[in-house]
Ligand binder design. Structure first.
Ligand code: PLP
Length: 214
């Protein structure tokens, strides 16, 4: 597949799900991909990208951002507390807010800078011990704590367990979004973005289907 094919499939799912055409945001996940491949997608006019490591993103995106002014960069991987300042400076959206310590660090930076990237809370819907994310039963309280710190929570994000039926997790995340009055849902990757759109995804994160295998 590549960009145009993925976009066509997204449009088809939008139709089936009775959503507006082009209302779902496609995040092209460019982690570990060579600059040449990213450049191709940029030249095709795409501007929204996802990276999972702060360090790696600094290696490629400051230069691309100079050439293309309207890039929107999403952090979709775990963030260490000592890298929040760097993440704030480079990313437009941080999808992996997953603990109170990180929220506090964000709140301090907002005080200092007066601006904040859009924030998504990562939810560990499969309650996997090795995976980051707030546990489902702790989410509502965590949202309230973030709001009390004036952090603007735009969305929820999840990465379903590899061996599970993803739709169960998509449905669970949608429920948590609705009851917390949150706007956006980041779910669905190369293998299941069409399903995710059926379950209400507003953002899909697609890597290998656009760029090829990593
Ligand atoms: C790598 C990654 C993706 C993209 O995965 P593909 O299967 O290549 O589409 C999406 N979300 C997260 C959090 C990732 O780390």
């Amino acid at each position: 597949m590549q960009l145009s094919r993925v976009k066509a499939l997204i449009n088809k799912s939008e139709l089936t799900a009775k959503k507006k055409i082009n209302s779902v945001e496609l995040i092209a996940v460019s982690k570990t991909q060579p600059d040449e491949k990213i450049e191709v997608v940029l030249k095709e006019g795409h501007r929204c990208f996802g990276e999972n490591r702060v360090q790696e993103a600094y290696g490629k995106w400051p230069r691309f951002k100079k050439h293309y002014s309207d890039i929107e960069l999403h952090l979709i991987g775990p963030l260490q507390t000592n890298k929040t300042r760097q993440a704030f400076d480079l990313f437009d959206v941080i999808q992996t807010l997953d603990r109170l310590k990180l929220a506090k660090s964000f709140a301090n930076l907002v005080q200092e800078k007066g601006v904040c990237p859009s924030l998504f809370i990562q939810v560990n819907t499969g309650e996997e011990p090795q995976k980051a994310g707030v546990l489902p039963k702790e989410l509502d309280a965590f949202v309230k704590e973030c709001e009390a710190m004036d952090l603007p929570i735009e969305g929820l994000m999840c990465i379903p367990p590899i061996d599970d039926e993803p739709s169960l997790h998509f449905a669970l995340l949608k429920k948590m979004k609705d009851r917390n009055n949150i706007k956006s849902l980041s779910m669905g990757m190369s293998a299941d973005f069409e399903t995710a759109i059926m379950f209400g995804a507003t953002h899909v994160r697609v890597g290998s289907a656009i760029f090829g295998e990593r």
